[in-house]
Design a protein around this ligand. Structure first.
Ligand code: GLA
Length: 508
């Protein structure tokens, strides 16, 4: 969950968003009921960073104690269901895996007072003035193959603002983060991209050019600063009219926005489906992503293209056709063992589709954000490297502990991720132990054994199972930074609970 627009929301809000935004345009025509809970209610949220005041529209039908309806915000739209007890009501989002109601409220003097994502909202019967602007439906283009942009021959490495800063990212944060990328050794270790995620957006000017909001007074100057450090800079948008955070996005402005990004000196674009799901069905994913793929190439600037649509529509099968360099395979990660492991498991079926220039992305790193143990963060780094995932740090690079540094800056582990062969390892599970083997360009293999159990366990690796084609010449423990010995073709070690043994093994 993230604090945004004065409310807390989950990424699922967006993945689940199909249809509601658009349908709401039609539903708006229905008259507002003035009695009971049923009706169409509109609440204003906290003023956004670009000066806009976001609306939340709740459309409820009541049948006795049962409530059903739709909740629509600027960047999302979802079905809700719940119950009423007198004037009190609670609403859940069935598509989200939520144990608690999203909305809890009361009818008070003809107003709905509710809390949602920790924020308090007051809604009144909606009027025509509350309507979301109607947008022309733009037909998805015919499919064609967008030429490969030649970028990201190894998985992109860098930093992204979202996991820790969310809407608090600003020019100063990015500059100081760029400084820290250099002083901490992150740049030297290969972390090159400094990526601004959602909430940088302002409004469009009279010519339709998207401007940054007050937090980013001069995006071109900021890009120049980041470049002056020998780093590259990334930005974020959506193919829908709004980003997940509700900010203006690239719908109908694809070519113009790509030119704007190029003129600022942007090197990387994360393009997040969000409210596009309220306009298009999944069969439009490829043509809609193709639109921006074309636009980026027409901009004349090499820009890494990062697709973010949470793995819908078998993205791994067509993303390279739209010149995608990486694509999310999952919903949003959070800083927990369960979330991190769920994301990496979801990435497993996509293994055959990873390779130089095009990577599966199980989301950004949480290492150093404080809610997992050091062992768990070592598992995180090991699994992302074994699966050739992009390594985009999501912590505060300026204040890393020595342990966090030892994890993010482990060059021997980074070398597994950045191996030029670009193979994505797959797991074999035996009891609580999961073994991942990744073939490497020099004929050696990386092998990771993760202990999913709640107690330390003994793991035995047999050289015959590693696909080495010979007996072991050298085996190195990449977290202990020491060579180890296979005896009689086997190596046994204790792996802590939620910990990992990671070896690089070469054959004679
Ligand atoms: C979605 C993405 C996240 C982040 C937010 C920003 O949830 O999946 O990674 O970009 O939007 O609003």
């Amino acid at each position: 969950m993230r604090e945004i627009l004065g409310l807390r929301r989950t990424r699922a809000a967006i993945a689940a968003g199909a249809a509601a935004f658009f349908l709401c345009g039609l539903l708006l025509a229905a008259p507002a009921y003035s009695q009971g809970l049923a009706g169409r209610w509109a609440a204003s949220g906290k003023t956004m960073e670009n000066g806009e005041v976001p609306k939340t529209i709740l459309d409820i039908k009541q049948d006795g104690n049962n409530l059903s309806g739709k909740l629509t915000g600027l960047g999302y739209g979802v079905d809700v269901k719940g119950t009423a007890t007198g004037n009190h009501f609670e609403l859940f989002v069935p598509e989200w895996d939520m144990k608690k109601p999203l909305i809890v409220g009361d009818l008070v003097n003809g107003e709905l007072h509710w809390t949602q994502w920790g924020g308090a909202l007051v809604a009144r019967p909606a009027t025509a003035a509350d309507e979301f602007p109607k947008l022309a439906y733009l037909d998805p283009p015919a499919l064609h193959k967008v030429p490969n942009n030649g970028l990201a021959k190894t998985p992109p490495m860098g930093w992204n603002s979202w996991n820790l800063f969310a809407e608090k990212v600003d020019d100063k944060t990015v500059r100081t983060m760029a400084d820290a990328m250099v002083s901490s050794g992150m740049k030297a270790a290969g972390y090159i991209y400094v990526n601004i995620d959602d909430t940088w957006e302002g409004v469009r000017d009279a010519e339709g050019n998207l401007q940054a909001n007050h937090k980013f007074p001069d995006m071109k100057a900021l890009a120049g600063y980041v470049h002056s450090k020998g780093l590259k800079i990334g930005i974020y948008s959506s193919p829908g009219p709004r980003t997940c955070g509700g900010y203006p996005a690239s719908y109908g402005h694809e070519a113009q926005d790509a030119r704007t990004f190029a003129s600022w000196g942007i090197d990387y674009l994360k393009y997040d489906w969000c409210s596009a799901g309220n306009i298009y069905k999944n069969d439009a994913l490829q043509p809609i992503y193709q639109k921006m793929g074309d636009a980026l190439q027409a901009s004349g600037r090499p820009i890494v293209y990062s697709l973010c649509e949470y793995g819908m529509g078998s993205v791994e099968k067509w993303a390279p056709e739209v010149s995608g360099n990486l694509w999310r395979t999952t919903g949003d990660i959070s800083d927990t063992w369960e979330s991190m492991m769920a994301n990496i498991e979801k990435q497993v079926p996509t293994a055959p589709y990873a390779g130089p220039g095009h990577w599966n992305d199980p989301d950004m790193l949480e290492i150093g954000n404080g809610h997992m143990s050091d062992d768990e963060y070592r598992v995180h780094m090991s699994l992302w490297s074994l699966t050739a995932a992009p390594l985009l740090a999501g912590n505060d690079i300026r204040t890393m502990t020595e342990t966090t540094k030892s994890i993010l800056l482990n060059k021997e582990v980074i070398a597994i991720d950045q191996d030029p062969l670009g193979k994505q390892a797959s797991p074999v599970k035996k009891g609580d132990l999961e073994t991942w083997v990744k073939p490497l360009a020099d004929g050696s293999v990386a092998v990771g054994v993760v202990n999913l159990g709640s107690a330390a366990a003994s793991a035995t690796l047999k050289s015959a199972d590693l696909g080495l084609g010979g007996s072991v010449k050298r085996a190195r423990d990449l977290w202990a930074h020491k060579d180890v010995k296979f005896v009689g073709g086997a190596y046994t070690a204790t792996v802590p609970s939620h910990g990992v043994l990671l070896l690089r093994v070469s054959a004679k």
